[in-house]
Design a protein around this ligand. Structure first.
Ligand code: NAP
Length: 285
């Protein structure tokens, strides 16, 4: 039985991933922000009497305090290791917002949060010579890398532009881990799931944008069809490329392959995250 930790499991691709891997007999630990949805999900999956099991951790990825508690909890409960970590959660909010930690919301949820889990869970993943998958997107191909404005605060906020940048960062940070982690046997991989009919473009946005998203994705694939690439990576250790789409190795943009971008993002991200390291014991929320 593999131990698989997945973020963003209460809808869309994450939801399909947990059902898939629990049906295959794995222990999936799902992380999301909505306690009610997670509890309902846990009892629904238990009632299905699948081969594996599902447990959950409530964590708001826009709060480092929550993330630190989650990391501490996982270190205490999964001491034998994690086979697979899938950083999957992301958002595309219409309005610019700052988190309580002071970062642009998409920058924190879509980029800093996955990097935080990689930094603080990689020892557990290394114990199993495991795999860290980050859900990126081919939307990154239209993003520019600006080392002087990583949060895109110098420009007028455009939700899709910020989203594309964070998806570029997902690939760059994955590439940074591959280049810098010289001690473990962890496979660091990024995935484009395809155009998938999920509610991501309908949350925290206007009715107009929500309708646009539904129209845009009407020909998209169902979340169950998007997870075959993840399945392949999880069970085939020979798949060691940086980026996959449609069950095949895929070439990301030049900006995503640029070594200066890669080391700048990797170092800057680690520097930003250093003060938020978890303490030994979970702090009170
Ligand atoms: N859909 C596509 O066509 C597409 C294409 C390319 C890439 N992707 C990528 O695929 C991944 C999954 O997206 P999806 O389309 O499946 O979206 P989704 O259905 O909206 O799922 C996102 C998940 O992340 C959770 N989440 C959001 N903010 C969170 C926070 N602050 N703390 C904890 N959990 C949070 C959501 O929780 P709630 O249920 O509470 O909102 C939900 O469980 C994302 O990384 C996205 O960028 C999607």
């Amino acid at each position: 039985m593999k131990t698989i930790v997945i973020t963003g499991v209460t809808s869309g691709i994450g939801l399909a991933l947990i059902e898939h891997f629990v049906a295959k007999g794995e222990h999936v630990i799902g992380i999301a922000r909505n306690q009610g949805s997670l509890e309902t999900l846990e009892s629904e999956i238990a009632n299905k009497k699948l081969k594996g099991r599902f447990t959950h951790v409530v964590c708001d990825l826009s709060r480092f305090k929550d993330m630190a508690n989650t990391v501490t909890h996982l270190n205490q409960t999964l001491s034998s290791g994690i086979d697979v970590l899938i950083n999957n959660a992301a958002i595309v909010p219409k309005k610019k917002q700052l988190t309580e930690d002071g970062f642009e919301l998409q920058f924190q949820v879509n980029h800093l949060a996955p990097a935080y889990f990689i930094i603080h869970l990689k020892d557990l993943v290394a114990k199993k010579n495991g795999t860290i998958i980050t859900t990126a997107s081919n939307a990154h191909k239209r993003a520019k890398y600006d080392p002087n404005d990583l949060q895109a605060t110098r420009k007028r906020y455009l939700s899709i532009r910020s989203y594309m940048r964070t998806k570029l960062y997902n690939i760059l940070y994955t590439a940074g881990c591959r280049a810098e982690d010289k001690t473990s046997n962890i496979r660091y991989v990024a995935v484009h799931p395809g155009l998938v009919r999920t509610p991501i473009g309908t949350k925290d946005t206007s009715k107009f944008y929500a309708a646009m998203w539904k129209f845009f994705t009407r020909r998209g694939i169902h979340p169950e069809q998007a997870i075959t690439t993840y399945d392949q990576i999880v069970y085939d250790e020979n798949l060691t490329a940086l980026y996959y789409y449609n069950e095949q190795e895929h070439t990301p943009s030049q900006a995503a392959l640029d070594v200066h971008n890669r080391s700048h993002l990797y170092e800057t991200t680690n520097h930003i995250l250093a003060p938020y390291s978890p303490s030994e014991k979970p702090s009170h929320k």
